[in-house]
Design a protein around this ligand. Structure first.
Ligand code: RAT
Ligand code: ZN
Length: 419
């Protein structure tokens, strides 16, 4: 892979650290990408890059168009409007805009021409299969974890039919609807043959939910289970969400040895007119995470928090609980200024026992920019940390640096999951 790091530093071994960070393959532990068997669910190409929901939110700040009119347009037309509003009428300085350009540039395309039709022409000449290989190579990604939901109407039939797995992709079982919308999810489980009754809480309900989780974990060969949570989520609590976690999800995770990934801080549909782009962030009460880790030492928790103001408390919590693995700078936290601050804080408080980044890519091509941008910052922070050590006379050897970066890029995660 081509080195993406241009900075030379005062530190003699900086170039070596940058080179190791640029070339170490990464396990991307949370994305919204799909393996090829899912066909059109795997998004790629220039129009998908432009209609990414991060850019939709930004473009509405520039457009006067009513929401409904925008949504009634074809994807091609939406992409053109976003291109014009965010790249032509203004300089594309936001992180999500810059990302599109980083990606195109890495493909060898000339961005300065500002020529959308020419870009479309280039993408029209690619196939999904060759594009997967190209994007993974340019990003230095060796394995991709998907986000897989049995509640998704398009995705479920593919799993039910069965298919030959692509070794580059692994699955994570996403269960937001099960936990957060039980009254709507229970009838669906019942329809699928699980004997649950949303009107009455019973041991039978919980054991059937466990059976559902076991069936789907097995079918997907899931690496972990995952839920995103609102800022005010409480645990323990006398509500069905907390009870389902306690009585079904955690026992299933213990039995199967799978971690539970928690992502607190998202306020869903703050502006529903923006659809997928309409979610916001709020400060979470992390007592729930503390209680979960303390009350369930036999369970493994992966977590990332959305609010900047939660990051310090979160790191301190991870120092207290070895059944908690910190990962990624998530969504609104995945901007250079915060990735720098958060990665620095984590190294200072947790050493190398965490996973600094995941891409959250929804469009295949985004792997390229998300990883190029993150690698650059991770390298810069590591160089500084090694430089601080060097002042004491402690010089890291190349193999030590390689070992450390492997830890950060999937090693620590795999070990945590395998324990
Ligand atoms: O980052 C995103 O694309 C968000 O829309 C969410 O998907 C978030 O990452 C999530 O997994 O809930
Ligand atoms: Zn996500």
């Amino acid at each position: 892979m081509k080195s993406i790091l241009s900075e030379t530093s005062r530190v003699p071994f900086a170039a070596q650290v940058e080179q190791v960070v640029a070339s170490t393959p990464v396990f991307d532990i949370h994305t919204h990408l799909y393996e090829p068997a899912f066909g059109e669910l795997l998004l790629w190409g220039i129009d998908e890059l432009l209609v990414y929901h991060y850019l939709v939110a930004e473009s509405f700040r520039q457009l006067d168009l009513p929401y409904e009119k925008f949504w009634a347009l074809s994807k091609t037309r939406q992409a053109e409007l976003i291109w014009d509003a965010l790249f032509i009428q203004h300089s594309p300085v936001s992180e999500a805009c810059r990302g599109v350009l980083t990606t195109l540039h890495a493909f060898g395309l000339d961005v300065k021409k500002r020529d959308l039709p020419a870009l479309r022409l280039w993408f029209a000449g690619q196939t999904a299969e060759q594009h997967i290989t190209r994007c993974m190579e340019l990003a230095g990604v060796e394995k991709i974890c998907m986000t897989n939901s049995p509640f998704d109407e398009l995705e479920r039939p593919v799993w039910e039919r069965g298919f030959r797995r692509d070794e580059r992709f692994v699955a994570a079982l996403r269960i937001d609807p099960l936990i957060l919308s039980w009254p709507e999810s229970a009838p669906r489980l019942a329809q699928w043959g699980y004997r649950v009754d949303a009107r009455r809480e019973s041991e039978k309900n919980f054991s059937e939910v466990r059976r559902f989780l076991a069936d789907w974990s097995g079918r997907m060969k899931a690496r972990y289970l995952m839920i995103s949570l609102p800022p005010d989520f409480e645990y323990p609590a006398r509500n069905i969400s907390a009870r389902l976690i306690e009585k079904a999800v955690l026992p299933h995770c213990r039995e199967s040895g799978l971690p539970l990934a928690l992502m607190p801080g998202v306020k869903r549909a703050v502006n529903p007119q923006l659809k997928l782009a309409g979610d916001g962030v709020g400060l979470s009460n992390l007592d729930m995470l503390q209680h979960l880790c303390a009350a369930h030492p036999q369970n493994k928790f992966l977590a990332t928090v959305l609010a900047r103001e939660n990051q310090h408390e979160f790191c301190v919590l991870a120092r207290k609980f070895r059944n908690l693995h910190v990962f990624g700078c998530w969504w609104f936290a995945n901007i250079p200024s915060l990735v720098d601050e958060i990665t620095r804080m984590r190294l200072e408080l947790l050493g190398l026992s965490f996973t600094p980044q995941h891409s959250d890519a929804r469009v295949l091509d985004q792997l390229v920019y998300k990883w190029q941008h993150s690698r650059r910052i991770i390298a810069r922070v590591l160089v500084e940390k090694y430089a601080d050590l060097a002042e004491t006379g402690w010089q890291p050897s190349r193999s030590e640096v390689e070992r450390d970066v492997k830890e950060l890029f999937g090693g620590a995660f795999e070990r945590f999951c395998g324990k």
